[in-house]
Structure formats: C-alpha cells, structure tokens
Design a protein around this ligand. Sequence first.
Ligand code: SAM
Length: 280
Amino acid sequence: MNKPIASVARTREILNTYGLRAKKNYGQNFLIDVSVVARAAQASHCEGAVIEIGPGIGSLTEQLAILSRHVRCYEVDARLIPVLESELAEYYNIEIILQDFLECDLEGSVRQMEEEYGTVSVCANLPYYVTTPILFKLFEGPASVEYITVMVQKEVGERFSAAPGTPEYSALSVESQYLYDVKKLFTVPRTAFSPAPKVDSAIIQFHRKPDVTADAQFFELVRASFQQRRKTLYNNLKEYTGSAEAAAALIEKAGLEPGVRAQELAVPAFERLSEAIKEG
Ligand code: SAM
C-alpha cells in the first residue's frame, strides 16, 4: 500500500520523480501531514460533489476522493496535471481541470454537479497570493454551496470575525458575516507544509445562512465602500455612483453620519445602503 500523498516520504518521492520544485509565484506549499488533510476533508461535507481549488500534487484531493462522489479540481500549474493523473489514477471519481479558478464558470460548474451528485461543497488549501479574490468569487457565487472549508493564513482567518472599527475589518469581513456562520476549525502549524511558509495557517469553515440573499448590487456596494480605506464612505460612494448628490442622498437615507468610514459600519448599515440604492 502506498503511503498517503500527504506525507514527507511520498511528497519527496513525487517531487523527485517528476523533477518538480514548488513554485512560489503560484503559492505552492504542499501539505505533508495526513491528519490535517483527513480532518479538513472529513469536516467539509463533501459527500455529494466537492470543488477543490489548487490540488497541488494531490494530498487533499486523495482524502476528498475517499469521501466524496465526485472531486472537481482546478489547477493553474500545467506541470502538475500529469502528476495528479498518474498519482491519483486509482480513483475514478477525480476530475482535473487545468484552469485558473478565477476564470472558471463557477455557476455552470456547480449547477451541472448538483444535477448529477446532489450537493456541492468547496474544500481547499488556498494559494496565499490569491486568497481574497478566490473568496470573493466563492462568496458571490451560487448560494446553494452550503459549506466552504478553506485553509488560509492565520491572520487572514481572523478577518472573517473582525469587528467594525478594527484594522482587520474589510469588505471580505462584511460579506462573510452577512452570508455565513464562520467557524475556525483548527490551526495548522507551518511545519505541516513543504516548503514551510513563514506563518501558521487555519482551517476556516463558512456555513451559508439559510435565509440570506444577496445580489450583485450588494456586493458591488460593499466593495466600493471599502475601495480606498482612508477615504470617507461619502468619497468612495461618490466614485461609485458618479455623483456627489447621489452619494450624500444614500448616506442620509441610510441614516448614517456624513463623515463616516466604511470600516466603522456593521453589516446592517450596508443592508440599509443597499435598500436605499434600490429605492432609487
Ligand atoms: N492542495 C495542495 C496541498 O494542500 O498540498 C496544494 C496547495 S498550494 C497552497 C496551492 C495550489 O493552488 C498550488 O497547487 C497552486 O499551483 C494552485 N494555484 C495557484 N493559483 C491558482 C489559481 N488561480 N487557480 C487554481 N489553482 C491555483
């Protein structure tokens, strides 16, 4: 029996066999601790279909394949495709797509898998350099994806529960707090990776709140409000609406102070601003 891919010995063997070195610019840090990947996969509600972003050499993919009916992976590094195809050849339920996840048709992908496998969840050890855009794409994607389980840098993990008025509070905090119940499942020390990153990580799980809906306009508004953190909400909304009068009217309608900044506002204030836009 082969050792799991998430082990020092097997990772070293794979990298040697294929003459590979981890690419920093793709955020490649491979997990070498099977207990971490197994725990993440087990917590991920992946029993229907699961999307994995950045399978690397397949450490988490392997554990997901054991538990899930179908694993669809998006990997941007072409060098890794033959590795995954060969090392995971014994699993019939893995689909590997060579594509930047940020460019994939997430709606279409989820819809197709839901028809075939029932539920779709997401489980990934995210590349650090694109964590934020990937999470925005997931949050703003299909609401039917009930669980998103991701490994992120520990400090990034703290942003999701950040309170208004703190430096960590951002558009990502607003979207995640509005749409999800967020739980930190466990911390992962830097020694669980090869090469070891400079910081520890955490596995975070987002569970979609059942009765919340959000549309593209809400997301645009939240992002625009934080566009330039040092600017007031009024100045950011002036850019967004294209008019000083419209920005002032929105702020007034939402019952906010004229000089307020987005990072001081809790989620209900963004809901009121969004309502004010809709009322016109
Ligand atoms: N899942 C593997 C593990 O846990 O060992 C690898 C995780 S590594 C932190 C991130 C992976 O994401 C790398 O394989 C990298 O090539 C891939 N990646 C980076 N940017 C990506 C993108 N935009 N779309 C899809 N995959 C990407």
